[in-house]
Design a protein around this ligand. Structure first.
Ligand code: PLP
Length: 380
């Protein structure tokens, strides 16, 4: 089956009891047992729930993988993953990770003896050298947030494998529709399903996906032991969202490309960053490893910081908000919003300028979005 069909049909059949085409929401904390220890597969929702199983099956299938474990949030999934590490273990990360990811490693798990070492724009040699020190993981996002840098997944995982290092990739920005890191050699993929997978800005969720049975068992154990489970209702909403993922991603990308091309020619724009543009330094790699370029566009305007802040508060259709990947267009100022938890000097070192603006391009009519940009930019 192709992606759009799997997104709709994988994970559940019409309900055998009633014929309901959509799965019921199993809002229950516990499950009655036939006799002590004899269950129908579930005993307590912190450990598992039929709605979790449905979403796990469809998301694993969309990443061409065997196993998935759903969590309360993207960072819940990452917490579950990090709990597989022990004090003294090290993670090598390519700079450009989400601010909350950076915070989780550097302000929480560092206190438990887990080292987090970042490298900027690594050459093959730099990656070789870092992985030769035998960290437990190589960890990165591609495209990154908010600079939309592209890293070659197959090349990086090849080096990691040589050194016996596990590769863990945050695939939130690309989504399984545009990129499947496990098929390129990664060991674990995780998502903030809050974003494109849920797709409607109405739920927080996360998932970790793998082909490794031991990792799947460890993730289920972490969720149960650490209370990282989502609500069955939230998971049901995400299952509903997934069904239109293919359609939405096609439109996100069309609109993002139209806006990137429009802004690239605009006199008040310094630089447009979009992996779909030939001017993007990672365009060739993106073309090789992705089926499309996504819905995120980052822009530096020829405006002062104060003017930039005013501009992004003035749009009609681009709402000023954290998050991304919903049907509606959003605009964000990484330095003061999503990436404020990264110290300023570290932010500047990895290239997040104070004037950088990030657009999450929604699925509205692209001409209306361009009209909003045109009208608002005229005021500056
Ligand atoms: N990964 C990326 C790329 C993100 O943008 C975010 C949140 O913005 C997360 C992970 C964390 O996900 P959540 O907010 O669902 O915990």
């Amino acid at each position: 089956m192709k992606f759009a069909t799997k997104a709709i049909h994988e994970g559940h059949e019409p309900d055998p009891a009633t014929g309901a085409i959509m799965p019921p929401i199993y809002m229950t904390s516990t499950f009655v047992q036939e006799s002590p220890g004899e269950t129908k597969g579930y005993d307590y929702t912190r450990a598992g729930n039929p709605n979790f199983t449905i979403l796990e099956k469809v998301l694993a299938s969309l990443e061409d993988a065997k196993y998935a474990t759903v969590f309360s949030s993207g960072l819940g999934a990452l917490t579950g993953l990090i709990s597989m590490l022990s004090s003294g273990d090290n993670v090598v990360a390519i700079n450009g990770v989400y601010g909350g990811t950076y915070r989780l490693f550097n302000k929480v798990f560092n206190r438990y003896g887990i080292g987090f070492h970042t490298i900027n724009h690594p050459t093959e040699k730099a990656l070789e050298d870092a992985l030769a020190k035998k960290p437990k993981w190589l960890f990165f996002e591609t495209p990154t947030n908010p600079l939309l840098e592209i890293f070659d997944i197959a090349a990086a995982t090849k080096i990691a494998k040589k050194h016996g290092v596990l590769t863990v990739i945050d695939n939130t920005f690309a989504t399984p529709f545009f990129q499947n890191p496990l098929t390129l050699g990664a060991d674990v993929v995780w998502h903030s399903t809050t974003k494109y997978v849920g797709g409607h800005s109405d739920v927080i969720g996360g998932v970790a996906i793998t082909n490794n049975e031991n990792i799947k068992k460890a993730l289920d154990f972490a969720r149960m032991s650490m209370g990282l489970n989502p609500s069955p209702f939230d998971v049901w909403l995400q299952t509903r969202g997934v069904k239109t993922l293919a359609l939405r991603m096609e439109r996100h990308q069309q609109n993002a490309m139209a806006i990137a091309k429009f802004l690239e020619k605009h006199p008040k724009v310094n630089k447009v960053i979009y992996p779909g543009l030939e001017s993007h330094p990672g365009h060739a790699t993106a073309k090789k490893q992705m089926k499309g370029f996504g819905g995120m566009v980052s822009v530096e305007f020829k405006l002062s910081l104060e003017e930039t802040k005013k501009l992004i508060s003035s749009f009609k259709l681009f709402s000023l908000a954290e998050s991304l990947g919903g049907v509606e267009s959003l605009v964000n100022h990484p330095a003061s919003m999503t990436h404020a938890s990264i110290p300023a000097d570290e932010r500047h070192r990895c290239g997040i300028a104070d004037g950088l603006v990030r657009f999450s391009v929604g699925i509205e009519d692209s001409q209306d979005l361009i009209d909003d940009l045109t009208t608002t930019l005229k005021k500056f």
